[in-house]
Write a protein that binds this ligand. Structure first.
Ligand code: GAR
Length: 195
């Protein structure tokens, strides 16, 4: 399938996907000048920046996003640091074919600053969730989860580093499974089919 990677940050997950030979044909960022765009450029992948400032509403933003996706024949999405909630129109257009990585064990700590939320709450264990995108906030059916224990003295930075290591392993694996049609979804359950 032709994949687009939606980004907005340093792009370490994009790099992991590229290193795993994921079929990323397009990178779309909601922010200009971010590391993810440099990584895409270095890998020879087409990039588009669509900033919120260009559009009066989320609906207008997503119309533009959808147009770019369709113009590029994109069939599946991987959200890796794309810190915008997609409207139903985009979610529905890519239902079952959009994956998000989130730095917590969902349903704990959805939304922004999940690592900081976990530290402030004082949980002993947090982690990574890789899930299908649905109409809610970080609420779609879960493909993979992996725990990351919190150590005494952890900061946002030290904990994020260990979380990223997990993300870089399990996000490309989830993309590979969806790309090879090995994910079956039944209600909230995702079943991985044998190769
Ligand atoms: C990742 O840790 C990802 O889980 C998080 O943004 C980071 C992007 O890092 N996403 C969210 O918080 C989504 N709610 P990267 O730009 O280095 O891949």
């Amino acid at each position: 399938m032709r994949w687009a990677c939606l980004v907005g940050g340093t792009g370490s997950n994009l790099r992991a996907l590229i290193d795993d030979s994921a079929p990323i044909k397009l990178v779309i960022s909601h922010k200009a000048g971010v590391g993810a765009l440099q990584i895409a450029h270095a890998a020879g992948i087409a990039q588009v920046v669509i900033t919120a400032r260009q559009y009066p509403t989320r609906e207008h933003y997503d119309e533009a996003l959808l147009r770019v996706l369709r113009d590029n024949g994109i069939e599946a999405l991987v959200l890796a640091g794309f810190l915008r909630l997609l409207t139903d129109r985009v979610v529905d257009a890519y239902a079952g074919r959009a994956i998000n990585v989130h730095p917590s064990l969902l349903p704990a700590f959805p939304g922004l600053h999940a690592v900081r939320q976990a530290l402030e709450y004082g949980v002993r264990v947090t982690g990574v969730s890789v899930h299908l995108v649905d109409r809610g906030l970080d609420s779609g059916p879960i493909i993979f989860q992996e725990a990351v224990p919190i150590r005494p003295g952890d900061t946002d930075e030290t904990l994020s580093t260990r979380i990223h290591e997990v993300e870089h392993r399990i996000l490309p694996e989830a993309v590979r499974l969806l790309d090879s049609h090995r994910l079956d979804v039944s209600g909230r359950q995702v079943v991985i089919r044998e190769a």
